[in-house]
Write a protein that binds this ligand. Structure first.
Ligand code: LP5
Length: 225
């Protein structure tokens, strides 16, 4: 997938206005001093693409919420807040990672509150790199076990949370990832049409959402050959 992502960035058309990466770019980001070789390749690919003039914005995901200013410097990209409202070809659109919409997954929401606590983050980042790496590996393993046992339904977004987020932002289009359930959902919000677009993951193949005046379309990013 790393090579596929490198090629995807290298082949992005010059006329692309902007690329938004809506979180979980990394399997686990343990601090801006991370010296993982795979992460270094991702950073280098981002730097090359931004060096060509591509404007790349990155949002925190539940696995890389510790991306900070050091990451921005090393990648040539800019971090953006979650949620973020942007104008996409004239349509105000709400961009989110998506994890905060999974309100039925209470065990995760409790973990999220802990991990986003600035005091906890300061304490974690003060630990030596190998210790942080071991803790992250342990948490990923726990997460894999837990998600395998959880009811699928509670790991999806909650419809009321979606409606509330759209209303708060005052928009009718939401784009998010996180749930690994790519799709394009048409819904009614206060008697008017709205849409929720869910990005795919990059496990078996890649995928990207292309938006212009005609709307948004998901396109697979496939290995060459
Ligand atoms: O990521 P994914 O898709 O597998 O599952 C998520 C939720 N899991 C997570 C955890 C991440 O996978 C791991 C993040 C690594 C970050 C590295 C930097 C910080 C290292 C911190 C080291 C302590 O987000 C999963 C959701 C799922 O999405 C669907 O929404 O269900 O949530 C869980 O699995 C959480 C469990 O239900 C509860 C886990 C309790 C763990 C207790 C460990 C205590 C450590 C607390 C430290 C304050």
């Amino acid at each position: 997938m790393l090579a596929l992502f490198e090629r995807f960035l290298a082949e992005l058309p010059e006329r692309s206005d902007r690329l938004y990466i809506l979180g979980d770019l990394f399997e686990a980001w343990i601090g801006d001093d991370d010296d993982d070789p795979a992460a270094a390749r991702v950073l280098a690919a981002l730097r090359r693409a931004s060096g060509r003039g591509l404007d790349i914005r990155v949002m925190h995901g539940n696995r890389d919420f510790l991306l900070g200013p050091g990451f921005e410097q090393r990648s040539g990209t800019r971090l953006v807040p979650d949620p973020l409202v942007v104008d996409i070809a004239g349509e105000p659109s709400l961009l989110m990672h998506g994890d905060s919409l999974c309100t039925d997954d209470q065990a995760y929401q409790q973990l999220r509150r802990q991990l986003r606590d600035p005091d906890w983050q300061r304490d974690f980042l003060a630990r030596p790199l190998p210790e942080r790496r071991a803790m992250a590996r342990q948490l990923r393993a726990t997460s894999r076990q837990e998600t395998a046992a959880k009811d699928e339904a509670i790991m999806d977004v909650n419809p009321d949370a979606v409606a509330a987020a759209l209303r708060r932002a005052g928009v009718r289009r939401l784009i998010h990832g996180h749930t690994h359930r790519p799709g394009h959902h048409h819904l009614q919000l206060d008697g008017r049409p709205a849409e929720r677009i869910v990005l795919g993951d990059w496990y078996q193949a890649g995928s990207a959402l292309w938006c212009d005046e005609a709307g948004c379309r998901q396109r697979p990013v496939l290995p060459a050959g």
